[in-house]
Design a protein around this ligand. Structure first.
Ligand code: 0WD
Ligand code: CA
Length: 380
């Protein structure tokens, strides 16, 4: 079989309990049956205000107000006059998730009734966005990633490190790219109301510091996960399913005019959209399709669970099972490597397109990311 060769190695291939050095991201290796992925359960949420301050509540949760089917929304409005942009050079790492954990330890569901002193009873803590990158890795050809991992009290924390390439891209964006990043947030403002009985306020300020984040627990095969992800809004109906079933993800995308554009949308965008919403169990994605001038010309709703059906007509298209099996094997790989329980020790996992996942080990370095305030408090 093709999986005992050196080049295409998975952790399970390794004998004598020695950790494998590398993990292949070759998609053919992951075409197996769909692994167990438990229905994600929301165990809490938090909000970040316009100054990026943390609140252990849902004050920044917004409500979905259905737009007209052909709405004519100008996404460029307010870019120069009513836009406060989050400082992207500030790396918050896992800090907000850790704040949530300190305030809500009792909300974390653990199957063993009393996890040993200080233990959370979960295998991994991370951001949803980091897991999205792992899921899409077998199909990614453009951007690599670096994920730092540290074990503390039996739980492995995973936090992204910005790659050199990503930093250069961030620092050399064109004016057009900068403005287009605003368009997604402006779309949210057209669609979302602050109150359950309110209406959207397109005349207000767009402030990208503000966020509402859900915290979910789930399990992928053997891996107990706790992660947080930003949620755009929920449906207004008070009888809607409990969170995350009531949440709605908002997206913008270029309008589709040719078969080639449709194919690219299915192959690239829908993969990322599916992975991001499937992970926390967000059931629907509302997409605004905009023209070259930033005018939303149509709005379409996608059911997350139906996206994999939509793409089946694409030749050689992505498969959810490949994404989930790769993630499962990556997490097993991380577990096999990250053995030492020490928050000052960082195992840095690196992946570049067309390469294997590799890792390096760093003690008391620039990569250490679990803050003193978290380690201290969790000690008691
Ligand atoms: O590298 C990252 N992704 C980091 C994210 C590093 C440190 C912190 N964060 C946190 C922020 O606190 C933010 O509130 O990211 C949170 C969002 O986390 P997530 O849900 O895990 O990230 P992701 O799924 O990639 O993005 C969800 C939304 C995006 O919406 P679209 O529709 O464009 O995917 O969160 C926004 C963006 O609106 N977003 C961010 N907001 C703040 N900081 C960031 C970021 N680094 N990345 C995406
Ligand atoms: Ca969004």
């Amino acid at each position: 079989s093709d999986y005992n060769t050196n080049k295409r190695r998975r952790p399970s291939d390794e004998r004598q309990h020695r950790a494998a050095e590398t993990l292949s991201a070759h998609r053919q290796l992951y075409e197996r049956h769909f692994p167990l992925y438990k229905q994600p359960v929301e165990v809490g949420c938090f909000s970040l205000d316009s100054h990026r301050s943390f609140y252990n509540d849902q004050r920044r949760l917004r409500y979905y107000v259905q737009p007209r089917k052909s709405p004519d929304l100008n996404l460029r409005d307010g870019y120069t006059s009513r836009f406060v942009k989050r400082d992207e050079s500030v790396k918050e790492k896992l800090d907000h998730v850790l704040k949530w954990i300190l305030a809500n330890r009792d909300k974390i569901q653990s199957r063993d009734h009393t996890p040993s002193s200080g233990a959370l009873g979960v295998d991994f803590v991370t951001w949803r966005g980091h897991l999205t990158k792992v899921l899409t890795t077998p199909y990614e050809t453009q951007e690599g990633w670096m994920l730092a991992a540290s074990k503390f009290r039996g739980t492995i924390y995973i936090s992204e490190v910005e790659t050199e390439t990503a930093r250069v891209n961030r620092e050399t964006r064109s004016e057009r790219q900068e403005e287009m990043m605003y368009w997604g947030y402006k779309f949210e403002q057209y669609i979302c109301a602050d109150d359950v009985d309110g209406t959207p306020d397109p005349g207000g300020v767009v402030n990208t510091n503000e966020a509402f984040c859900t915290v979910v627990q789930t399990r992928l095969a053997d891996h107990k996960l706790l992660f947080s992800g930003e949620v755009d809004c929920r449906v207004r109906d008070p009888d809607a399913p409990a969170a995350p079933g009531c949440y709605v993800e908002l997206k913008t995308s270029a309008e589709i005019c040719t078969p080639k554009q449709r194919s690219n949308f299915h192959r690239n965008k829908l993969l990322k959209w599916w992975a991001q919403s499937f992970l926390p169990g967000v059931p629907q994605i509302v997409a605004g399709f905009r023209d070259h001038d930033g005018i939303v010309v149509s709005v379409e709703t996608f059911q997350t669970s139906k996206i994999s059906q939509l793409i089946k007509n694409e030749y050689n298209c992505w498969k959810p099972t490949v994404c989930m099996n790769f993630c499962n094997d990556f997490l097993s790989f991380v577990k096999s490597v990250v053995k030492e329980d020490d928050p000052r020790l960082v195992y840095l996992f690196t992946w570049d397109p067309h390469r294997d996942v590799t890792f390096t080990v760093h003690r008391d370095s620039q990569y250490t990311f679990l803050p003193e305030w978290y380690i201290k408090d969790t000690r008691s």
